[in-house]
Design a protein around this ligand. Sequence first.
Ligand SMILES: Cc1cc2nc3c(=O)[nH]c(=O)nc-3n(C[C@H](O)[C@H](O)[C@H](O)COP(=O)(O)O)c2cc1C
Length: 201
Amino acid sequence: MTPSKKPDNKLTNPVMEIIYGRRSVRKYADKDVPDEIIREIIRAGTYAPTAVNKQPWRFVVIKNRKLIDELDEKAKTIFVSMFRDSTVPELAVYAKNLAKPEVRILYEAPVFILVFTSPDAMNEHDCALAAENMMLAAHSLGIGSCWIGLAAGLGSDETFLKETGVPKDHKLVAPLIFGYPAKGALPAPKRNPDVILKWIS
Ligand SMILES: Cc1cc2nc3c(=O)[nH]c(=O)nc-3n(C[C@H](O)[C@H](O)[C@H](O)COP(=O)(O)O)c2cc1C
């Protein structure tokens, strides 16, 4: 793919536009995401690099509105009970804010995909790479996404694992939400350009 130069002289091509254009979406339109698009997003996830070609990613897809709302509540409850008495003041404040009933950690997204790693994985990075592939692929298809670390507690909730048929030896790496973005999304936060510690030529 030959890059072209934008007016500001930065190199660009369609892939870079997708990378720079993606952002975490926290407001979704009330519109169904077709199953074939979700399958394509997952397929993109499976094309991530994977140590020793283990391909350890396993996916749970939830499109049921009622269940997503219940899981939102459950994940919040787990987080609040874990951190409400934290000695780290920021975490305790966070837990207190989350306890408010109007707070929705899954932002009422229409699709919730949990990326688990199977126990034979060499590491968890593979699933994080799959997650990023999925979010970029989604953006390229007009679908917004957000990684919801606050929902990580679901990965150790026995009832949830039983209900979804996830084996106990699988570990939740990436809870991801997807959906068509509601209008008015802001651009991604500015990146700090000063990140190169050293450059040795
Ligand atoms: C591991 C991880 C956990 C995250 N957890 C949350 C979360 O619980 N809730 C949320 O709204 N955003 C969450 N995010 C999204 C980040 O806040 C977001 O990526 C960051 O602010 C940069 O914005 P951008 O994704 O729009 O570029 C998470 C991102 C990562 C990588």
